[in-house]
Design a protein around this ligand. Sequence first.
Ligand code: 2IO
Length: 401
Amino acid sequence: MVNPRFSILSEDFAVDPYRCFAQLRDQAPVHYEPAIDSYFLSRHPDVKRVLTDHEAFTTQTLQVRAEPVMRGPVLAQMTGAEHTAKRKIVVRAFTGQALQDQIRAIHANAAELIAPFLPRGRLDLVNDFGRPLAVRVTLDVLGLDKKDWQQVSAWHSGVAEFITSIVLTPERRRHCMDCAEQLEAYLVPVIQERRRHPGEDLISRLCTAEFDGIAMSDREVTALIINVLAAATEPADKTLALLFKHLIDHPEQMAQVRQDPALLPAAIAETLRYTPPVQLIPRQAERDAVFADGTVPAGAVVFCMVGAANRDPDAFADPDAFDIHRPDLGTARSFTAAAQHLAFGTGLHQCVGAAFARAEIETVAAMLLSLLDQVRHAPGFGYRETGLYTRGPASLHVDFT
Ligand code: 2IO
């Protein structure tokens, strides 16, 4: 038995969830959390089953977890022909020529943001660089005005807090809703303008695209813009900082990646497996579901624990080691539907931005590796991660040159 007082909501778990995962998988693979009336699944095969059995486990819970701040239905809520058509519209906006243009924007943003820090020899990779970069790249992709980035960033924080919090006080809920309402009011005139004068940006594509005769309403475009804003921004700075943290902590692997940049995708894939920035994926049980360790009742909310599943010894050998050479990683597959790690989810609703995410982290990491010679932890700062739903370093102070 796991300590009966063990809780996902405890301070202990928040400080370091990774040290609890083995016990959860072994002794409570279907862990019930009474305070929030939800089930937490930690085994790789169980998580995979929940994410691929779409009949038994639906995304209905997003109606309360996301729709209020998204201001409409997101892609993950849709099913059938509508889902297929609209997913294709979004996929197109994030692959092919569109992706090539986005890589140029990523490059330009990163170069501009890093420049002032180069003479100083020190920066906080999360707060000085990663977070502003993530927001600006997303704004460029969407075709929104970068001069508004601080305002949009503040609204985004409120939206992200809503979808990623496990418990929310009525005051915080009000704050998040205010952010979402103001963001919507900012976006509606932009959408109307792009419908009249479409450009090459993502908002224009969402406004004008049609697939099998299916196009999007203003409400759907708004929801998808906020969906993309959150999904492209929230995990990006975390992944970048975690990649550098792991490479700094494993100097021999850092040296290998510097020597052979072709290893960078493996380093990114292993970072996503080892420390996925999105730790939880919610689903709702359509009917009673029996697992080896217990039953999840119909209607219950189920959280897939991606971090725990990615370290299941049934899926990866020596799972608690960071190893960019691990034979079971499958780097090329790692950013596709065939991925063994579950950082992008799996099944029908697997991340549409996986190729974009890879391009973003790869472009920026390659640039930083060549600019930040001898990058290492700056002494005296300590290291702390925050977040249960999305999780990453609170800061990452590094010295270089
Ligand atoms: C609102 C956690 C930022 C997504 C959700 C339906 C968002 C959806 C995810 C990721 C990252 C977010 N869920 N991306 O887990 O689009």
